[in-house]
Design a protein around this ligand. Structure first.
Ligand SMILES: [Zn+2]
Length: 221
């Protein structure tokens, strides 16, 4: 079993500074409240996320949101086994999520690395080769495949939806992050093969999380 570590106020200060330096800002309590109302997620007080400090980096419709597990009130970490994660959102729709980041020894380093990786994915948003408009991120239902898409078919010479590989962000990663991501891909591959052998399917962040009763499920897909 991995060993969970308690983090201090100084650790929070460190990540706070990191996010600030990288163009992220803290999500306010009011914004969280508004999101809950907009998506009709139910009573916010019932959800622990309420006290979870989040950071956000946005460009147009797209944003990177980081859930830190640091409590909004006390700045110390909450519930031992809670995980942090980083998501890429298109509006309110979660398109991509990092793996869950456990609060073990390398927690802060991993959280920072994943934040920069997902930010790089956002910043790699391509233009459509056909109509030069911005392409938007898409995923399959299970969340196992991702790609960029432009559906302005009326402006495309072949009249078809244009798609582009998700992997274009990799060339924009720093050497250090590239190595970090390759290591993750390697682990994933081993894990997939293990699951295949056991006849199980992949679990993706989000699909295993506790399902909430949604007032308007179309908002979050
Ligand atoms: Zn296009």
């Amino acid at each position: 079993m991995p060993e969970y570590i308690e983090f201090k106020e100084s650790d929070f200060k460190k990540i706070e500074k990191f996010f600030k330096n990288n163009g992220f800002r803290k999500v306010t309590e009011k914004e969280e409240q508004q999101m809950f109302e907009r998506l009709a997620l139910g009573d916010r007080k019932l959800h622990q996320e309420g006290s979870n400090t989040a950071f956000i980096f946005s460009v147009g419709r797209l944003s990177v949101k980081v859930y830190t597990t640091f409590s909004r009130e006390s700045k110390t970490t909450i519930k031992e086994n809670r995980c942090a994660w980083v998501s890429l959102l298109d509006g309110d729709t979660r398109i991509y999520s990092s793996p869950q980041i456990r609060r073990t020894k390398n927690f802060i380093q991993k959280l920072m690395s994943w934040s920069l990786i997902v930010k790089t994915i956002l910043e790699s948003q391509p233009l459509c080769p056909e109509c030069k408009a911005k392409m938007y991120p898409k995923r399959n239902k299970k969340g196992t495949k991702h790609w960029w898409e432009c559906n302005r078919t009326e402006y495309h010479s072949n009249g078809k939806v244009e798609k582009m590989s998700w992997n274009i962000f990799k060339t924009n990663l720093s050497l250090e992050l590239k190595e970090f991501y390759q290591e993750y891909e390697k682990e994933q591959k081993i894990y997939q093969e293990y699951l295949k052998k056991k006849g199980k399917t992949n679990h993706v962040v989000g699909s295993t999380r506790t399902k909430r009763p949604l007032g308007r499920p179309e908002n979050v897909e």
